[in-house]
Design a protein around this ligand. Structure first.
Ligand code: ADP
Ligand code: MN
Length: 516
């Protein structure tokens, strides 16, 4: 939902048709970049024109709508507002779809038909169905000009006979609702709706009102959290819609803001809702990991997934967008394995496309600190070390996984223990590079704890053997790594010759154990 695409694109459209100069959505003299209701509607309009005429009048609108990410320059709104607008649009669409169904039912194949056109909530040119297209250049009503306010007398109606208008009249109510938006908190962006003849249905008005109030409360609570706005810019409209649906379905109560913006993912904090349909309990606080759909960020991770046999068959057939979803899927499966083994890690709540919702490690919106950021007593440090040694073994033996990005950055300290996170890149040990990844993990862990003063900490080679159960005897790094690679090669050869992998490595001369 790019709000400025239309405005920005219009001047570039070249010698446009005559309507352009009069067009209320044409280049505005002000460069307000707030995402108003009118903007949302004008974007819809622009899209429709684009499709209809197949000319390039608004090329940027389409580009922005389908492009991967909204940049900082072209949006200046809060995603909650966005959500309210989406909510409104959805209400309107559902209502209109129902009207259409009723219309159809009543009309059947009768020669005389009735139309509910006037009861539609979506602005005629905001609709995406072509049958009710109205050439808006010909509408006499200027949507930006406010009508004289209509007042309803105390008795609740005006007019006579069939011209009677009650206070429940949809149009009158709608206009009043729009005017009442002025009562919302000043920071709440109501767009140009107040100045124009916008009719907000009670339903939509109430939703917006509710939103305005919670917005007020939220901003009072969190106004110092500046990072929110940047985070909200980091998700594209499709993601926002998915997030909005999670809130709308009651699965989540609110998405409060961003915890982390990484190269490949953005993590949000949310309060869990109480969706009635799920038999599983939603944790009171959730973390939402949104895998970025910017494709180039993921190129360098090909090697993890391409060679992971669990995804091998699918990899070649997939488009890049689907591969990104696979990262989320992979993280979900890996977390589930870890959960089953009893390793402290986030619990999976739900996976929706490239969005993974899990339990939040931390409290009251404050994420647990990473091991690299926390200062532990030497006693806790030692405890953490032995816990990690244990977890690495469990991960390898019970989950058949190698973390592959294990370091003090992906371990959180919470509740007096270490929690493992960030396992989208984790692989099985028999992955063509699985043992190399394990060795790297071991090096990170050893170095961290040796520097941290844990005298008992094994060195990386000892740790590698302790975790894998392999018995690589090389006493220097180069030879050690050569042996690791030899083992990996042996496995690959086996795959070539037998079409299947070893289920585990064995270096003590025993025949390898094979997967069934
Ligand atoms: P990446 O490093 O690939 O961007 P991570 O899964 O490591 O993604 O998440 C980034 C950061 O978000 C973490 O370092 C952590 O601070 C925070 N985070 C991620 N998942 C959770 C969670 N379940 N609970 C609390 N914080 C989390
Ligand atoms: Mn991480």
């Amino acid at each position: 939902m790019d709000s400025v695409g239309v405005a920005a694109a219009a001047p570039d459209a070249g010698p446009g048709p005559a309507w352009q100069s009069k067009c209320p959505w044409g280049a505005p003299s002000t460069t307000s970049i707030s995402c108003s209701l009118a903007d949302v509607m004008s974007e819809q309009l622009a899209k429709e024109l684009q499709l209809e005429e197949e000319n390039a009048a608004f090329p940027e609108v389409v580009a922005a709508a389908e492009g991967p990410f909204i940049t900082g320059e072209n949006i200046d709104t809060s995603s909650d507002l966005m959500l309210a607008q989406m909510l409104q649009m959805e209400f309107d669409r559902e209502y209109d779809a129902q009207l259409r169904r009723e219309e159809k039912k009543i009309n059947g194949d009768s020669k005389v038909s009735i139309s509910f056109e006037n009861y539609r909530k979506v602005h005629p040119y905001d609709s995406d169905s072509s049958e009710d297209e109205v050439d808006w250049q010909d509408t006499r009503h200027d949507p930006y000009r406010a009508d004289k306010p209509t007042t309803t007398p105390r008795r609740g109606f005006i007019g006579k006979g069939k011209d009677i208008t009650t206070k429940h009249d949809e149009v009158v109510c709608g206009r009043k609702n729009t005017a009442r938006m002025e009562n919302f908190a000043p920071e709440f962006q109501v767009g140009d709706g107040i100045g124009m003849d916008l009719k907000l249905s009670n339903q939509v008005f109430n939703a917006l009102k509710q939103h305005a109030y919670s917005e007020e409360r939220r901003s009072a609570r969190l106004h110092e959290k500046k990072e929110h706005s940047t985070a909200e810019k980091a998700v594209d409209p499709k993601t926002r819609l998915l997030l909005y649906k999670m809130v709308n379905s009651g699965m989540l109560e609110t998405i409060t803001g961003c915890i982390s913006t990484g190269k490949e993912s953005v993590v949000f904090h949310a309060y869990g809702g109480n969706s009635a349909t799920e038999d599983k309990v939603i944790p009171p606080e959730c973390a939402i990991k949104v895998f970025k759909t910017t494709l180039n960020e993921f190129k360098n991770r090909d090697k993890y997934i391409k060679d992971d046999y669990r995804f091998k068959d699918r990899f070649s057939k997939l488009n890049p967008r689907k591969i990104i979803r696979m990262w989320a899927e992979k993280e979900m499966h890996n977390l589930t394995r870890m959960q089953n083994a009893g390793i402290p890690c986030p619990q999976v709540v739900i996976l929706k496309k490239h969005i993974l919702v899990m339990s939040f490690i931390g409290q009251d919106q404050v994420p647990a600190p990473k091991l690299k950021d926390v200062t532990l007593s030497s006693e806790d440090m030692k405890k953490a070390y032995y816990q990690i040694l244990d977890m690495m073994q469990q991960l390898y033996r019970e989950c058949n996984l190698v973390h592959a990005d294990l370091s003090e950055y992906n371990m959180l300290w919470h509740d007096g223990k270490v929690w493992l996170i960030d396992v989208s890149q984790s692989v099985e040990p028999t992955h063509p590079h699985g043992l190399e990844f394990l060795f790297r993990d071991c090096r990170n862990v050893s170095q961290f704890f040796q520097k941290g003063g844990v005298a008992e900490a094994l060195n990386e080679r000892e740790l590698f053997n302790a975790v894998s159960g392999l018995n690589i005897t090389a006493d220097n790094e180069v030879d050690f790594q050569a042996e690791i690679e030899a083992l990996e090669k042996m496995n690959e050869d086996h795959v070539q010759n037998h079409g299947k992998k070893l289920s585990t490595f064995s270096s003590d001369g025993d025949p390898p154990i094979y997967d069934e």
